[in-house]
Every structure is written in C-alpha cells, then in structure tokens.
Design a protein around this ligand. Structure first.
Ligand code: FMN
Length: 149
C-alpha cells in the first residue's frame, strides 16, 4: 500500500484545515495516510513514505513558520530519492503580495535537493481552503498518486 505522509504547521488553523482536506483526499484514493504537526516530527519523518507532502503557511516577511525551521534545515541532509513530493502553501496575497506563500516555495526548493520527484505544482491557497481549493486539493492528491506509477 502506498504511504502518504503529511507534515504541516499552523498557527491559526488554516493550514491545519488544509492538511485535513489533504488527508481526506488521499484516503479517498485509498492511500494510507499519516499526518503530523511540525512540532512532533524530525528529519526522518519522510523516510518510510512513498509520497511526502508539506503544508505550510508563511510567517514574517516571507519566512518559514518557527515550528518548521529545524525540520527544513535538517531535511537537506536526507535522501528522499525514489519518493514523490508535493507542497501546499497557505498565505495572504493582499497583505503580503511580495512574499505570497514564500515558505511553500522554500520547501519546494529544499525537497528538490533531497532527490525526491516533484509530483505536482506547488498549490498556493489564500488563507483557508474554500470549495474551489478543496477541489484543487483533490486534483493535487490525484496527481501525486499518479506520479508514483
Ligand atoms: C505575522 C504574519 C506574517 C505573515 N506573513 C506572510 C507572508 O510573508 N506571506 C504570505 O503569503 N502570508 C503571510 N501571512 C499570512 C498567513 O500565512 C496566512 O494567514 C495563513 O493562512 C496562516 O495559516 P495558519 O492559519 O495555518 O496559521 C502572515 C500572517 C501573519 C499573522
């Protein structure tokens, strides 16, 4: 069975909600899913995954959430070749136009360095997920699963 692991960080709940939609979308595709908050994981989290998903909001002026900083730095040393990855960002393009979902961009670049294959374009969501975003999350999950074949 294909194992999907989702790591997320969330301050005010938007990205947590997104991570729940991701979990449901992968479960609907009959994947086994493990979803963990950034605080509870270390850099070996994705080592047994077939699909690695990061869901992150952006803090400061284009900064990673504090909870993800250590994981982000440590994952650079991890070999995730043979796995598929995808990143979902939550941000605010009106208040932070110059840095919209910058943390998601940073994770995408970092995960490329691990040797994992990008299975779908990074999905950027305006704050919390609306109905259209939920459909986009389903399509994103489907693409990642197809990329493992
Ligand atoms: C202090 C602060 C800084 C932020 N900086 C950015 C930013 O640089 N880029 C961006 O796209 N969104 C930024 N945002 C918006 C949040 O990323 C966005 O509201 C997100 O949905 C919060 O996710 P959460 O509810 O999971 O914590 C910022 C929000 C706050 C409160």
């Amino acid at each position: 069975m294909t194992l999907v692991k989702i790591a997320y960080a969330s301050n005010t709940g938007n990205t947590e909600g997104i991570s729940e939609h991701l979990e449901e979308a992968f479960e609907a595709l009959e994947m086994e899913v493990v979803r963990e908050i950034a605080d509870d994981i270390d850099e070996d989290f994705f080592e047994d995954a077939d699909i690695a998903v990061v869901a992150t909001f952006t803090d400061g002026d284009g900064e990673l959430p504090t909870d993800f900083e250590e994981f982000y730095e440590d994952i650079e040393e991890v070999d995730l070749s043979g796995k598929v990855f995808g990143v979902v960002g939550s941000g605010d393009s009106e208040l932070y136009a110059d840095y919209f979902c910058e943390a998601a961009n940073m994770f995408e670049q970092m995960l490329v360095k691990t040797g994992a294959k990008k299975g779908a374009e990074t999905l950027k969501i305006e704050n919390d997920a609306d109905d259209d975003d939920i459909e986009a999350i389903k399509a994103f999950a489907k693409q990642l699963v197809e990329a493992t074949n």
